[in-house]
Design a protein around this ligand. Structure first.
Ligand SMILES: Nc1ncnc2c1ncn2[C@@H]1O[C@H](COP(=O)(O)OP(=O)(O)OP(=O)(O)O)[C@@H](O)[C@H]1O
Length: 363
């Protein structure tokens, strides 16, 4: 940890000691918000602990923006409770909300920087609004620009920066008032994949160094996979699935989660999918999802021993939150009872198995 980060971290630890260390940073209880006949939020309950990174993912129109607006007090729920650091904000007046809003920093898809102000002035703006004297807010801005890797850009204007640099300024600004919670609203959606990765690494570093709680609103599973500890999937205003990221990746339950994962989990190659028949063929094609340390090697070795021959068609293993998560496509003898026994063997070893169809082994 460099000197600047250490100073930032100790300041935040002081805040933490004064606050409620044990209580969650965010607690939503049965939050509902309707717009006419549309239930943008239809009974959302969610708890986010200190230092956690949670991804809230859903398709367009699922309710993500409404949720984030309830969290920063811009939207009031029709019913239910929104607690930030133990205080219920859903019913507070605008004046009472102001100091609490400072506990929440926010970064945006299009950065929302003021083009007529320099980078350091943008970063210092929340402190200016708070009435912090200029020398102190410039000192803090310099500290934050160092943290986000933009120490040399203090006097630059936003127009001269790349998208990634603009988002770094956005992050520095969001941290200026030492928030307990950072809300990220599609913050990497406008960035290319490499820049996205560098911004996500920065968010992860800040989370670790400052113990900052981060809520990432996104429609990209890639973002969730990269840095979130936990994921909540929202659909039609409801949280339809929630859990540790690696578990949800390994064994998604809700249809919407499966569909959001489709782009980044291995799929059966199209030329084999085309040949699949519902019941005709000498081999059954299985999709086998398996997760956890040491789960895969012994599984395949034992499968060969117990179920006899199998063909490995396609698949791969990746690491999510440091744990192996694998998807394999296997062709196994289709006759009964062999097929049932193979499926039973695999599920008995903790794998999720789906019979996709049949092929002939000379295909
Ligand atoms: N102010 C509003 N007036 C009327 N309907 C609204 C309003 N805000 C949101 N909605 C509706 O509520 C639902 C949820 O919208 P919301 O913007 O929260 O979804 P979202 O997941 O953020 O979508 P996107 O990813 O496209 O931004 C949608 O059907 C939307 O049309």
């Amino acid at each position: 940890m460099n000197q600047h980060v250490r100073a930032l971290a100790s300041a935040d630890t002081a805040t933490e000691t004064a606050g409620q260390v044990s209580s969650p940073v965010v607690r939503l209880v049965d939050v509902k918000r309707h717009f006419g006949p549309t239930a943008a939020l239809d009974g959302v309950s969610l708890t986010v602990g200190k230092g956690e990174i949670i991804g809230i993912i859903g398709r367009s129109g699922a309710g993500k923006s409404t949720l984030i607006r309830c969290l920063n007090g811009l939207e009031r729920p029709d019913s239910g409770e929104v607690h930030i650091e133990g205080r219920e904000i859903g019913r507070l007046g605008e004046k009472q909300l102001q100091p609490l809003r400072r506990r929440t920093g926010m970064i945006f898809q299009h950065f929302n920087l003021l083009s007529a102000k320099t980078v350091e002035e943008n970063v210092a703006l929340p402190l200016k609004i708070e009435g912090v004297a200029r020398p102190e807010r410039m000192r803090r801005a310099a500290e934050l620009l160092e943290l986000v890797g933009l120490a040399g850009k203090a006097k630059a204007y936003p127009a001269s920066l790349s998208g990634g640099q603009k988002q770094r300024v956005g992050i520095a600004r969001a941290l200026a008032a030492r928030p307990a919670l950072l809300l990220s609203d599609e913050a990497t959606s406008a960035l290319d994949p490499e820049t996205t990765r560098s911004i996500l690494v920065l968010l992860r570093d800040i989370n670790r160094q400052l113990g900052l709680t981060i809520i990432l609103i996104t429609h990209e599973m890639e973002v969730v996979r990269s840095i979130a500890d936990r994921v909540a999937v929202i659909d039609a205003g409801r949280i339809v699935e929630e859990g540790e990221v690696w578990k949800v990746f390994a064994d998604p339950q809700a249809e919407v989660t499966k569909s959001l994962l489709q782009g980044i989990r291995p799929q059966l190659p199209a030329e084999i999918a085309e040949k699949l028949s519902p019941n005709l063929g000498s081999e059954a094609v299985l999709r086998v999802d398996v997760a956890g340390e040491g789960a895969l090697g012994p599984l395949l070795a034992d499968l060969g021993g117990q179920a006899g021959s199998f063909r490995f068609i396609h698949g791969g293993i990746e690491r999510v939150q440091g744990r192996p998560v694998g998807t394999l496509f296997l062709a196994v003898p289709a006759g009964e009872p062999d097929l049932s026994q193979t499926v039973k063997f695999l599920t008995g070893r903790g794998a999720r198995v789906e019979v996709l169809g049949h092929v002939f082994d000379n295909d």
